[in-house]
Design a protein around this ligand. Structure first.
Ligand SMILES: Cc1ncc(C[n+]2csc(CCOP(=O)(O)OP(=O)(O)O)c2C)c(N)n1
Ligand SMILES: [Mg+2]
Length: 697
């Protein structure tokens, strides 16, 4: 390889030539990485290199030395398949790596070697941007439009943080959020939900750049996507701009400046581009989207850029320096100024500064759990959702950065924060703690991710049945290891008359299958409290709460074990005499009290029954074997599980010879009592199943 074929950047080189060299470095790194991996997406990095270059090197306030500096501008690559854009720019800016404990590791986030090993095991240049795996990635993207929806959460968070923490002369939070998206992002429904809310909230700190290249995998967008996207965003109330040539970096820079100067509205920039720009035979074709160019086309393309044809992974002299002189210098000085500002802020507002510090490390303030309710025994009891509402209102007062809301079901989910000063989050009241996501469950979950990525402790809520509408974003919470909270009420057949459209069946099984997601289905009001106590201490795991609509008896904890057992996922609630059971009943949520009733009947008939409350499979599975065996002794194989949901998966606790009373069909529209009878959720049926397990009548 003859690296001298390209003129290095020198003080004599014009600014335009230097820009071009940097842009072509991003392009050729992307081409080479995809070619080497024999898979990936070269076309869009080739087209958008000028945009990414301009944004990073001329506009963004980002310090590569400290990629988690709280007031940095955020960059979201919603069209995550174009990941080589991100790997190139993180590499060329020498962005540093930090670990999950927010410590700098003293090495680059993405090395040239990582890029050489693009898409290979352990490389910090994986197929798609992954938060938590590569420093400098602000959110995981790849499922199209998750990024733009998440960016709305980031923008809401910035507004909230500015409102709470900025003081006259102390602009602690004034960062902007930039997201790049493609046709796919624009077609996915979640981008419409999110854009609608962003327009409503007037998020003028948010800028989306739409890569308008008219190409997706199956061909030209003539076959699928002919709407007027700009008009759609005008209708959402956005500031809509257009840059007609993706290679015109001055116009791009100007449009980004217009964004920064436009108050009261988010900005949408339509950028006309040519996928595979510079490739003589593949430009403007779908082949450029997701296939390596091929050796010959690589050479031809490099020739068109004036690049040495045989050079691979080539970074010409001066390119690193040019990034250092741009984003590096600007990032360093803005961060240093901010650090100074924050020092004097800390002196003047020590309590607020301490909050910011804690929040950044995902810690909780002392006293975060004071005044949590304790519910007295009560056979009539209280609904899971009502207990939850009481807890949420305490937590939101104890933790200033705890906030959330519902997708238009606040009064049903009981998630409304009602204490004085809680407030509603709206365009003119960005400090409110009640978020109104509107009937937009999917973007709600992505927005919760964005809030969490901004270090707020955020929750979203809806009926459990509609977790399906939010699931893709919940999955990303788990993949990103974010401590988000989803409050799902009406978790079984409790809303009887609404019928099978509203009665979840497979949802517990489906969410339990997501790795790392903590799902809790508490059995009474005190279990709800303990569930929240557990969830709040999570720093790197999302949690889902499945809560009942109807009142559940509040168990007498002087008779039954303390609800603190929730922290173990499952615990012995009531036991056989001497702790030697012959049959074990296992239940969660609304079926716990049913199991308890059956347990009492069995005991009264002299059958040595144990009743186990199992609010969380996931937590239980992470206990020691010793503990698990103490709750479910392996030699007691007579077992009955009761849960008003799909029986799918319960074999792992009841064993192959055990029995599960659950659902194997959809529900039905009828009063709850009738449904309980029809589907067998009755004490006598549990008793009969237990006896059957013991071979008795
Ligand atoms: C939710 C989702 N559906 C499908 C895909 C698979 N996919 C990846 S890229 C792509 C085409 C995207 O077209 P566009 O956004 O225009 O990207 P371009 O080819 O222009 O870069 C598809 C269908 C995906 N990643 N996410
Ligand atoms: Mg496209």
């Amino acid at each position: 390889m003859n690296a001298a074929l390209v003129r290095p950047i020198t003080p004599k080189m014009t600014e335009t030539e230097a820009d071009q060299l940097c842009i072509n470095t991003i392009r050729t790194l992307s081409i080479d990485a995809v070619q080497q991996a024999k898979s990936g997406h070269p076309g869009t990095p080739m087209a958008l290199a000028p945009l990414v270059y301009t944004l990073w090197n001329r506009v963004m306030r980002f310090d590569p030395r400290d990629p988690i500096w709280p007031n940095r501008d955020r960059f979201v690559l919603s069209n995550g398949h174009a990941s080589m854009l991100l790997w190139s720019v993180l590499h060329l800016t020498k962005t540093q790596a930090v670990d999950a404990e927010y410590e700098a590791l003293g090495k680059p986030s993405v090395s040239l070697d990582d890029i050489r090993h693009f898409r290979q095991l352990d490389s910090r240049a994986p197929g798609h941007p992954e938060y938590h795996w590569v420093s400098g990635v602000e959110t995981t993207t790849g499922p199209l439009a998750q990024g733009v929806a998440t960016s709305v959460g980031m923008a809401i968070a910035q507004k909230w943080l500015a409102n709470r923490y900025n003081r006259p002369g102390f602009e602690i939070f004034n960062y902007n959020i930039y997201a790049i998206c493609g046709d796919g992002c624009m077609m996915e429904g979640i981008s419409s939900e999110a854009a609608s809310l962003a327009g409503h909230l007037g998020l003028d700190n948010l800028c989306w750049v739409y890569d308008n290249n008219h190409i997706t995998i199956e061909g030209h967008t003539d076959i699928t996507f002919t709407e007027d996207v700009a008009a759609r965003f005008l209708a959402y109330g956005w500031n809509v701009l257009r840059v007609g040539d993706a290679n015109d970096i001055d116009r791009i820079e100007h449009a980004l400046e217009v964004f920064r100067k436009t108050p009261g509205r988010p900005t949408f920039i339509v950028l006309d581009s040519h996928i595979g720009y510079g490739s003589p035979n593949k430009q403007d074709t779908p082949e450029a989207h997701g296939e390596p160019l091929g050796d010959e086309e690589c050479r031809l393309t490099k020739r068109s850029y004036g690049w040495p044809e045989d050079a691979k992974f080539y970074v010409p002299d001066g390119v690193y320096d040019h990034f250092e002189a741009g984003v590096g210098a600007r990032g360093a000085s803005t961060r240093q100024e901010w650090v100074k500002l924050f020092d004097s802020y800390r002196a003047k507002y020590p309590d607020l500064a301490a909050e910011i510090d804690m929040m950044q490390r995902r810690e909780l303030p002392t006293g975060w759990d004071r005044n949590l309710p304790v519910f007295p025994a009560d056979p009539k009891g209280i609904a899971g959702r009502d207990a939850s509402g009481k807890v949420l209102n305490v937590l939101a007062q104890n933790i200033s950065w705890f906030l959330g809301g519902s997708a238009d079901l606040g009064p049903s989910n009981k998630t409304t924060l009602t204490f004085p000063g809680a407030g509603n989050l709206q365009a003119d009241t960005p400090g409110g703690k009640n978020l109104h996501y509107g009937i937009r469950e999917h973007s709600m979950a992505a927005i919760v991710n964005g809030l969490s990525l901004s270090k707020l402790r955020a929750f979203g809520a809806t009926f459990f049945i509609f977790s399906d509408y939010a699931r893709p974003a919940i999955r990303l919470s788990a993949l990103m290891e974010l401590p988000t909270i989803l409050v799902f009420t009406h978790d079984a057949m409790g809303d009887g008359e609404d019928g099978p459209t509203h009665q979840p069946v497979e949802h517990l099984a489906s969410l339990r299958a997501i790795p790392g997601l903590v799902l809790l289905r508490p059995g009474d009001a005190n279990e709800v409290v303990e569930a929240y106590r557990y969830i709040l201490q999570l720093r790197h795991q999302p949690a889902v709460l499945a809560l009942s609509r109807q009142p559940l008896p509040t168990l007498d904890r002087s008779t039954y074990a303390s609800a603190s057992g929730v922290a173990h996922g499952a615990y012995v609630l009531g036991d056989a005499p001497g702790g030697k059971p012959e049959v074990i009943l296992i239940a969660s949520g609304s079926e716990v009290s049913l199991a308890v009733e059956a347990h009492q009947k069995l005991l009264s008939e002299g059958i040595r029954s144990r009743v186990v409350s199992m609010p969380s499979w996931d937590i239980f599975d992470h206990q020691t074997k010793e503990y698990r065996d103490s709750v479910l002794p392996p030699d007691v194989t007579a077992r009955v599980a009761i849960e008003q949901a799909s029986t799918f998966g319960w074999e792992r606790y009841v064993g192959t010879s055990g029995h599960t009373i659950g659902m194997n069909t959809f529900g039905a529209s009828a009063p709850l009592k009738e449904l309980q009878r029809k589907f067998g959720f009755q004490p006598d049926e549990v008793v009969a199943a237990a006896k059957n397990q013991l071979g008795r009548k």
